[in-house]
Design a protein around this ligand. Structure first.
Ligand code: AMP
Length: 249
């Protein structure tokens, strides 16, 4: 079974992001970039499926600038077999990303596509769902357990009321939640080996996809700074403040 994993290059989760002076976006100059944490979980799940003998090949794909090759190499070091970079300098909206991923799905014909539930830069949480709509595949979003059984995959989903398990016919789309697994670190020998694994670069044009956006970012602003907290002397004072100042009880 071939597994396709979509990974996104994002600002590292430890970085305190700064907004550009002209409010046009987030300042990415000299900022550490990493693989989106939910995408690391997606790669780990694919590698575990391969270790179990369920997956035979893992292809990782990213849509981004040439520098996104770094994240593809990381995925290769973690156990993916091959990588595809859809090179695109512009920041794309989710629909354009989903259309490009659909073109890669058409070409690669994977049985399972694993994405993160959310990219921590845009917090969109929609690419997997859009890809499911475009491909017509079943979707198991917010997965905390993935079990492939024959031509089906059972996905346990984290939902508000608890856990829900859905059975999907393959090919299917899965998006990963935090508790699905704990990603491994790449070992030095595997980082070296990853340098020799195949990495193909394609363009949106070659995939026949228009990435023209219908959205325009008007303004990006930092959240308002929080005012300092205070210490209360007693529970009675806390209750009084919650009631009369914060007005939350
Ligand atoms: P989002 O819908 O933007 O929150 O992203 C959800 C997931 O879609 C990510 O965790 C990735 O698996 C995938 N994804 C989003 N953007 C990209 C991209 N540019 N390249 C590859 N995968 C992406």
């Amino acid at each position: 079974m071939k597994v396709l994993v979509a990974v996104k290059r994002v600002v590292d989760y430890n970085v305190k992001v700064r907004v550009k002076a002209d409010n046009s976006g987030v300042d990415l100059a000299n900022v550490k970039m990493s693989m989106n944490p939910f995408c690391e979980i997606a790669v780990e799940e694919a590698v575990r499926l391969k270790e179990k003998g369920v997956a035979t090949e893992i292809v990782v794909v990213t849509i981004g600038p040439a520098t996104a090759q770094e994240q593809l190499r990381t995925a290769l070091a973690l156990g993916a077999d091959r990588a595809v970079l859809v090179e695109c300098a512009d920041e794309l909206n989710s629909l354009a990303v989903a259309k490009l991923l659909k073109a890669v799905v058409d070409k690669e014909q994977p049985q399972l596509v694993i994405l993160g539930k959310q990219a921590i830069d845009s917090d969109n949480n929609q690419t997997g769902q859009m890809l499911a709509a475009l491909t017509g595949f079943g979707q198991g979003t917010f997965a905390s357990k993935v079990e492939v059984a024959g031509d089906k995959v059972n996905v346990t989903r984290e939902i508000d009321g608890g856990l829900q398990t859905v059975a999907l016919n393959l090919p299917a789309i899965v998006t990963t939640d935090l508790r699905l697994n704990e990603p491994r670190y790449a070992s030095l020998p595997n980082i070296m080996k990853a340098k020799k694994k195949p990495l193909e670069t394609v363009t949106p044009d070659a995939l026949g996809v228009s990435t023209a956006s219908t959205n325009k970012t008007l303004k990006v602003e930092a959240p308002a700074a929080r005012s300092a907290g205070i210490k209360v002397k007693s529970v009675a004072e806390l209750v009084e403040k919650l009631k009369n100042e914060a007005k939350v009880i």
